[in-house]
Ligand binder design. Structure first.
Ligand code: SAH
Ligand code: SF4
Length: 358
């Protein structure tokens, strides 16, 4: 069997690994041992897993592999941000970003090669869409960052699906990846430290509410449908009212208390007026919500400009006055194009878009 045809065990959660080991006539406790080798000891070679019988090691080597994504480039920004450009084959590249701060290390991961949703202010959207990433390709981003950081005594405390792609258009891979991020035998992160960010794919959001107990960020960016239709075109299909109803379902699901982070990119003269801020207060009233204002990060070909500092402050003051918890995101990793919305990777567009960066 060529390496290409082998099953990449990185993509399998505990349940799937148990099925696989059962099919090999192995006891379930072997799954725990395997996961320890992979996630605790970072061992990718079956031959070195010495508590497995020779026969099992051989069987695994023949049918499976543990393969990390291929790093094409690693960039270091002056503020400590690290960006990995990952080769996903056929001239496609995705990006993963590590953002260190005093009390945490956040890894921003991609879920798709490009994105089909075409938000007007997003450089990933402008590149078009090629394909969904597999669970192994998603988890592989965390593995390879972990691998690099552990030697530098740095750690990943939070994982956010805020890189390239719309995670809720790749539910098949994103949910099992979340399982592994939360699983104590794999990454063991708490549900509050794993965040799925969505532009508002309502049916998927309703499914997610029951399927994975992770944190939710919603890219709102406008407080009325006419403006949101323009900035986030999926709003034409799932308008704000439907989106907020789905948000309420998410908030009421599960056994533990939940909150939502609403992201709002600040675009000069577009969505940053005091009137929009007031509408936003009305829209979010009564919800367990926090707003994160993101100064727009420019990229080539964009017409948008970042809101002025004073405008962002005024906008934030209106939200404060309306009783809404609000933070403004500090832009990080700009010098290596690693800031929010600057991730472009390289995407061989399979959609019929006319609008492209190149
Ligand atoms: N597709 C998902 C997650 C990836 S984008 C989503 O849209 O939520 C992560 C965040 O970056 C989103 O809130 C997105 O709206 C924001 N973003 C996109 N382009 C941006 C830009 N140029 N400047 C600042 N934020 C941007
Ligand atoms: Fe896709 Fe999110 Fe970019 Fe919109 S903001 S185009 S949903 S990646």
């Amino acid at each position: 069997m060529s390496k290409k045809d082998k099953l990449n065990l990185l993509g399998l959660n505990q349940e799937s690994l148990t099925k696989l080991f059962e099919s090999l006539g192995e006891k379930p406790y072997r799954v725990k041992q395997l996961m320890q080798w992979i996630y605790k000891y970072h061992e990718l070679d079956f031959d070195k897993m010495l508590n497995f019988s020779k026969n099992l090691r051989q069987q695994l080597s023949e049918m499976a592999c543990i393969e990390l994504p291929k790093v094409a480039k690693q960039d270091h920004a002056l503020d400590g941000v690290i960006k990995w450009v990952i080769d996903t084959g056929r001239d496609n590249f995705i990006e993963t970003v590590y953002i260190p701060s005093d009390d945490r290390g956040t890894l921003c991961i991609s879920s798709q090669v490009g994105c089909s949703l075409d938000c007007t202010f997003c450089s990933t959207g402008m590149q078009g869409f090629n394909r969904n990433l597999s669970v192994a390709e998603i988890i592989g981003q965390v593995m390879l960052a972990n691998h690099y950081l552990k030697d530098k005594s740095k750690r990943i405390s939070n994982v956010v699906f805020m890189g390239m792609g719309e995670p809720l258009l790749n539910e098949k891979a994103v949910y099992p990846a979340c399982d592994l991020l939360l699983d104590g035998l794999a990454f063991g992160l708490s549900r509050r430290k794993v965040t799925v960010s969505t532009s508002g794919v309502v049916p998927a959001l309703l499914r997610m509410a029951d399927r994975v107990p992770v944190s939710l960020a919603v890219s709102l960016h406008a407080a009325d449908d006419s403006l949101r239709d323009e900035l986030v075109p999926i709003n034409q299909k799932y308008p704000i009212k439907d989106l907020l109803e789905a948000c309420k379902v998410y908030l009421n699901a599960g056994t533990q208390e939940r909150h939502i982070l609403f992201e709002y990119v600040m675009l000069d003269g577009v969505n940053d007026s005091v009137a929009q801020a007031k509408k936003l207060v009305t829209v979010l009233k009564g919800m367990s919500a926090k707003v994160n204002l993101i100064p727009f990060n420019p990229f080539p070909e964009t017409q948008y400009k970042t809101s002025k500092e004073v405008t962002i402050k005024n906008f934030q003051d209106v939200l404060f006055a309306g009783g809404i918890r609000t933070t403004t995101r500090r832009t990080r990793g700009e010098d290596v194009n690693a800031a929010c919305g600057q991730l472009a990777g390289q995407v061989v567009d399979k959609t019929k878009r006319t609008k492209k960066i190149l």
